[in-house]
Design a protein around this ligand. Structure first.
Ligand SMILES: O=C(O)CCC(=O)C(=O)O
Ligand SMILES: [Fe+2]
Length: 279
């Protein structure tokens, strides 16, 4: 077994670990400790059945079934199939999950704190997952902006990324907007939070799930969005996870920003995804 720090700013990586190894409490505790301190943990090439992935997830908290039942794993409702594969003319999962920078489910009041992905059929040369550390993003804000946003709250929304479904056919744009307002009302979160695991301040909000920072005018909001987009995506502060089959990847949803890069048409990419709430 080897444990390495992936970059100075985010991530720890285990290699040479099997599911059976995780039965040793010391190793599992090390995994949890690294997740808390490094925000993102990669376990390279660990063969797991869906049941074993679920069992590991259940040690972190309570795995929660995905909202859309169509794309739940046929046997394990807590596993969501995130995939662009089509079999017998039917998509086997949800395609293009997370193809923009975000913090998972920040548009709900209480986002589940952990996400656990297992690479089932993944290309190695595209469909990478990019990760940034939200505490590192906060640290790199100019002092002037740190002062301007101190104590402020931001409104989060899924509306920029919500997908139009069959049930919306025939609605006018105004009706669709009204439906979004009712079904997915904006939620408020502190813009700067403190991570209890590390004691570090972090930025909670990425432009694609942000409506606005409360109390800033439209120009300042636009300037702030442009600034944080640039800080989040600064290439030297981004870790690019190039997948191998069976990689297990876990992250803290609040302090980790991430985005998946595109795959070429015709290239399959399937991962099993579990959202985990605290008990
Ligand atoms: O498929 C991936 O690598 C990550 C997609 C994503 O953003 C997520 O599952 O939360
Ligand atoms: Fe995500």
């Amino acid at each position: 077994m080897a444990l390495t720090q992936i970059t100075p700013f985010i991530g720890a990586e285990f290699t040479g670990v099997t599911y059976e190894d995780f039965q040793q409490p010391e190793l599992w505790n090390q995994f949890v400790e690294q997740l808390h301190q490094r925000e993102l943990v990669v376990v390279r090439s660990i063969a797991l059945t869906p049941q074993q992935q679920l069992e590991l997830a259940a040690r972190l908290g309570r795995p929660i079934p995905f909202v859309l039942d169509k794309y739940r794993h046929p046997e394990f409702e807590e596993i969501m199939i995130s995939s662009n594969e089509v079999r017998d003319n039917k998509p086997i999962g949800i395609a293009r999950v997370g193809n923009f920078w975000h913090q998972d489910s920040s548009f709900v009041a209480n986002p589940a704190p952990y996400t656990l992905l297992h690479g089932i059929k993944v290309p190695s040369d595209s469909g990478h997952t990019l990760f940034a550390n939200a505490a590192d993003v906060y640290d790199r804000l100019p002092e002037e902006w740190k002062k301007r946003i101190e104590g402020r709250k931001a409104l989060h929304t899924v509306s920029k990324r919500l997908r139009i479904q069959a049930e919306h056919v025939g609605l006018s744009v105004a009706e669709f907007k009204a439906w979004i307002e009712t079904k997915h009302p904006k939620v408020e979160h502190d813009l700067v939070k403190v991570d209890p695991d590390t004691g570090r301040k972090y930025l909670y909000g990425a432009p694609e799930y942000l409506d606005s920072v409360i109390g800033l005018d439209a120009n300042d909001n636009a300037a702030f969005f442009a600034l944080i987009d640039e800080l989040i995506q600064a290439p030297q502060r981004v870790y690019t996870h190039e997948w191998s089959n069976n990689d297990l990847v876990a992250w803290k949803t609040q302090t980790t920003l991430h985005a998946v890069t595109d795959v070429e048409p015709g290239v399959d990419r399937t991962v099993h995804r579990i959202s985990i709430e605290l008990h």
